[in-house]
Design a protein around this ligand. Structure first.
Ligand code: PLP
Length: 372
């Protein structure tokens, strides 16, 4: 086994610092243009732990931010109104439906406290992205955790069963972090339409752009129909702006007005300028999607080589069954210069790995293989 692994690694040829993983049939896209703006490449430890986009911000976004340096002395409100209008037009909703936030995390947190301010519970899957639930719990909310099903997807039947007069919101993260699972679209639409008659449904769509089905619905469709649905979106993932902190919520105007009152940080003029440019930078958007696909293929190939089970991902990360305690695996990978995702109870022998550049994927592969 050891010999075979070495042989396989050797077959991945180093070309100008890039391992191209021969035999994968992957096209090496011209990365140069985007890489030259990123001086952090392969600074160890490489960060494959937070589902970021290592290629961002794009060259055009960087350029746009420099043009508003002098606006750093201004409050962001009028700039935010302009971006809100652009986003409203993009999604086909009124401007009053858009709430700009400091990353979508702020949107998740304010939704959590807004709807449970008078007590009650949020129903959420376990495991999922925790920002909303951890924050709401600190402010007195109860969380009704529903374990994911045997395929690590949402158990919608169980969620629906648990809805009671105590339930103030159902949190859906679709695709889900950390499992990367995606709900079948018909099931999703039926569930959200039915359940939003009884309680608020929150749809976290941070990874929506990575879904490969071009006809996969966004729950913004239900917002437009006037349902009690709130959607969160972010510029942190496909657009590569995680450090700038900008995201937004979309809800019907009556709900949006209540949420807006609880915004604390909002965002800033540089992030707004960056986001505006990012929306028009289709080349970088397509580049990010393509590089993410390539990186996922490399992760799959590595895991298949090691005979490790994994979930086919709809996101920019892969959740796999390492068979090793994640805290130990995480520490060993870190020694080798690779930071992987944290523990996601109850799946202590699973690991979440974010996609990185092809060079980073190579270091990940080499490091993981050396541990088996
Ligand atoms: C599902 C999900 N929602 C929201 C976020 C937060 O993104 P941000 O606050 O950067 O918009 C993340 C970050 O990893 C996430 O995985």
């Amino acid at each position: 086994m050891e010999f075979n692994r070495r042989q396989w690694l050797k077959s991945a040829t180093m070309v100008g610092g890039f391992t191209l993983f021969n035999g994968l049939g992957l096209q090496a896209l011209s990365t140069e243009k985007h890489l030259k703006f990123n001086p952090r490449l392969l600074t160890k430890p490489i960060k494959l732990s937070s589902n970021e986009n290592p290629y961002g911000p794009s060259a055009r976004v960087r350029g746009a931010i420099t043009t508003v340096y002098s606006d750093g002395c201004r409050y962001p409100y009028s700039y935010a109104d302009e971006l809100a209008q652009i986003l409203a037009d993009k999604h086909g909703v009124p401007r009053e439906s858009i709430i700009l936030t400091g990353g979508s995390t702020e949107g998740l947190k304010i939704a959590g406290i807004t709807f449970t301010a008078d007590g009650g519970e949020i129903i959420a899957a376990k495991p999922t992205f925790l920002a909303m639930m951890q924050y709401a719990e600190m402010w007195g909310a109860k969380i009704n955790w529903v374990p994911v099903d045997k395929d690590k997807g949402y158990d919608l039947e169980e969620i629906e069963k648990r809805i009671s007069s105590e339930t103030k919101m159902v949190f859906l993260c679709n695709p889900n972090n950390p499992t990367s699972t995606l709900l079948p679209k018909d099931q999703l639409v039926d569930f959200c339409s039915t359940v939003s008659k009884r309680t608020i449904v929150f749809s976290d769509e941070a990874y929506y752009e990575f879904i490969e089905d071009p006809n996969y619905p966004s729950m913004i469709d239900l917002v437009k129909k006037g349902e009690n649905v709130v959607v969160s979106k972010t510029f942190s993932k496909v657009y590569g702006l995680a450090g700038l902190r900008i995201g937004y919520l979309i809800a019907k105007p009556e709900i949006a007005a209540i949420l807006r009152k609880n915004v604390v940080a909002m965002t800033n003029v540089y992030a707004i300028a960056g986001a505006k440019e990012a929306l028009n930078d289709h080349e970088f958007y397509n580049f990010s999607i393509q590089k993410n696909k390539e990186a996922k293929q490399l992760i799959y190939k590595t895991l298949e080589h090691l005979d490790l089970e994994y979930i086919k991902s709809n996101t920019n990360f892969v959740f796999f069954h390492s068979g090793k305690d994640i805290n130990e695996l995480g520490a060993k990978m870190l020694e080798k210069g690779v930071r992987v995702g944290r523990a996601f109870p109850p799946f202590y022998d699973w690991c979440r790995i974010s996609t990185g550049t092809l060079e980073e994927m190579n270091l990940f592969a080499e490091s993981l293989i050396s541990l088996y």
